[in-house]
Design a protein around this ligand. Structure first.
Ligand SMILES: [Zn+2]
Length: 272
């Protein structure tokens, strides 16, 4: 049963790597599954440092086709192949990502040893996964740039062990079944999950919005989220903007943002 989201910052720099920061990539670990937002250069090495493994069910969501956000893909795919990954890898991103992938295959003669499923997303699309969904909306950059929201489904209420014991239920598989919403039979009677569980809870909501100028679409997506990871574009004298200079992370408490900080280096781990 999901107890939270582990958020691992694999790279929090922008445009150029520094000695302390890699290029953008954020991993979210949930129930043994991995979601990666962006894949800057060196992501696979950071995944090794973080002990994430290369054979988990994994989905990668690319925000936009600027090199610092996706040039880690060739290395990561090749590493996964070399390590004989066998689970499918799902890759999502804006229009043009499949051309990049095809060019990579042609140029490097690369064939993944595992099933690789590629889906281009339009703004407004959503991807349903087990227990959560990812929504893509249009952020504000010089090229098409998607901001993503990870929305968990409604979560079961808290399990009350004391109530279960009072009902005479032995600890073990029956507890687990109840926690997963199944009615169980014990001592000649049926026990429903709501007898031992608290009320359902809202799922967690995390938003990844990188390289974006202030945008109402992002503001709407981030409304009420538990964790907002954003990279704000610096404006240049020519009125244009370049890729971002790092991340800001805002964590919600009781519906209001309470803290805002800038990580000084990569790999701080936070749980939402
Ligand atoms: Zn960019």
């Amino acid at each position: 049963m999901p107890s939270g989201l582990d958020v691992i910052f694999l790279g929090t720099g922008g445009s150029l790597p520094t000695r302390e920061r890699g290029l953008p990539s954020v991993a979210v670990r949930r129930n043994g599954e991995l979601v990666l937002f962006d894949c800057g250069e060196g992501t696979q090495r950071q995944m090794m440092h973080a002990g994430l493994g290369f054979n988990r069910p994994t989905s990668i969501f690319i925000s936009h086709l600027h090199g610092d956000h996706l040039l880690g893909l060739p290395g990561l795919l090749q590493t996964m192949s070399s390590l004989v990954r066998d689970k499918p890898l799902e890759l999502y991103g804006p229009k043009g990502l499949s051309s990049f992938l095809n060019a990579l295959r042609r140029t490097l003669g690369f064939q993944s040893a595992f099933p690789l499923r590629m889906t281009e997303l339009s703004p407004g699309a959503s991807v349903k996964k087990s227990g959560y969904q990812i929504r893509a909306i249009l952020a504000k950059h010089d090229i098409t740039c998607l901001a993503y929201g990870l929305f968990e489904d409604v979560r079961p209420g808290h399990f009350h062990p004391n109530v279960a014991r009072r009902l005479g239920l032995p600890e073990g598989p029956l507890w687990k079944d109840l926690q997963y919403g199944k009615t169980v039979s014990w001592d000649g009677r049926k026990i429903r999950p709501e007898e031992v569980m608290g009320p359902s809870r809202a799922g967690l909501k995390l938003v990844y919005a990188i390289d974006t100028r202030p945008a109402d679409s992002v503001k709407r997506l981030a409304q009420g989220c538990d964790l907002l990871i954003q990279g704000v574009l610096p404006l240049h004298r020519d009125g244009g903007s370049r890729c971002g200079q790092g991340f800001q992370v805002q964590e919600a408490g009781s519906g209001t943002y309470q803290r805002c900080y800038k990580g000084r280096q990569d790999s701080p781990e936070r749980s939402a």
